[in-house]
Design a binder for this molecule. Structure first.
Ligand SMILES: [Zn+2]
Length: 187
């Protein structure tokens, strides 16, 4: 599970699909049948007659339109546990993993980020070492207590540098919200 931070009201821009170009090369090499206007074309004679114009309209799948609309605002995605720590650091509600900040609240968050990043050790309470442990537990088997190996528990490490890097992503997003007068949402 993860939490995305984004600006839902920011304008979008059309960006070319990252897979179509590869699919086109494969089609030209005849490694795969190409898709044109949402249909797979399996006719060598037809394909051979195509010029660059037809090829430029081929896509990577029947559903791909060759481009997609993406937000011009920065976005970031964090694992739930990281998102919860970040929200708490920024003074936002960390109980629910969804919410929004108005442009005014974005400015407050930016103030908070400035304090956090200017103060040595301000995020060090989130540091943790990697852990790898297997606990032993006692189970009763046939009326006899027996030692059993528990599941392996692996804890991912976290350093202040990791936390600060995540905060920088958020700084970009909340700056966008504040300077473009648009809300930032997460969920
Ligand atoms: Zn595509």
């Amino acid at each position: 599970m993860s939490v995305s931070f984004f600006c839902p009201d920011a304008p979008t821009a059309s960006t070319p699909c990252e897979w179509c170009e590869d699919a086109r090369s494969q089609g030209k090499r005849r490694d795969d049948w190409p898709y044109l206007d949402g249909k797979m074309v399996q006719d060598e004679a037809v394909i051979s007659s195509w010029t660059d114009v037809e090829w430029s309209r081929t896509t990577c799948s029947p559903w791909c339109k060759g481009s997609k609309e993406t937000s011009v605002a920065p976005e970031a995605n964090f694992a739930n546990a990281n998102a919860r720590s970040l929200l708490a650091l920024l003074g936002l509600d960390a109980e629910e993993l969804y919410g929004s900040a108005s442009p005014e609240e974005c400015r407050e968050v930016l103030q908070k980020i400035m304090l956090l990043t200017n103060k040595e050790g301000a995020v060090s309470h989130l540091d943790r070492e990697a852990t790898d442990e297997r606990r032993t537990r006692i189970e009763t088997v046939g009326g006899m207590p027996t030692f059993k190996q528990g599941p392996r528990m692996i804890g991912v490490p976290n350093t202040s540098a990791d936390t600060l890097r995540r905060i920088e992503y958020l700084r970009e997003i909340f700056s966008y919200g504040a300077s473009n007068n648009t809300q930032v949402c997460w969920g």
